[in-house]
Design a protein around this ligand. Structure first.
Ligand SMILES: [Zn+2]
Length: 133
């Protein structure tokens, strides 16, 4: 996927060159990479950065709500840049994480018994299992 420069924006966050590079790498890799996978992916760029820098950039994105941190069991955190509300499906055999969208027109209050007026600030749904082949 070709990522354009104007897409490399996080509201409220100053996008340094390094942050842009990490954000670009994350947009190009929709496969929920871990920080070290992103680090490996970026090694052939002209200015490779340290793993610590990659972590720092990711942390800033998560803090600003631009990136979701996905934690499964005790595995290293993975990162998701898809900003539409979705659940994660962790395929146990392959370890792959898939984005699963809500069916159009459904909201969480259709399936969860939430008190009226509840405001959801963060959505984290992870399912585990096996997808049909
Ligand atoms: Zn995701």
């Amino acid at each position: 996927m070709k990522v354009h420069d104007h897409q490399l924006q996080v509201p409220g966050l100053r996008m340094t060159k390094q942050r842009k590079e990490v954000y670009r790498a994350l947009m190009e890799n929709q496969d929920h990479p871990s920080a070290s996978e992103l680090f490996d992916q970026m090694q052939d760029t002209e200015s490779p950065m340290s793993l610590a820098t990659v972590y720092n950039c990711l942390e800033a994105f998560v803090e600003h709500g631009a990136v979701k941190q996905v934690n499964i069991d005790r595995e290293p955190s993975r990162y998701c840049q898809n900003s539409t509300p979705h659940a994660h499906f962790h395929e146990q055999e392959t370890g792959t994480i898939h984005d699963i969208n809500f069916k159009p027109g459904t909201s969480l209050s259709d399936i969860l018994d939430l008190p009226e007026g509840t405001e959801i600030s963060n959505l984290e749904i992870t399912l585990k299992g096996k997808l049909p082949q």
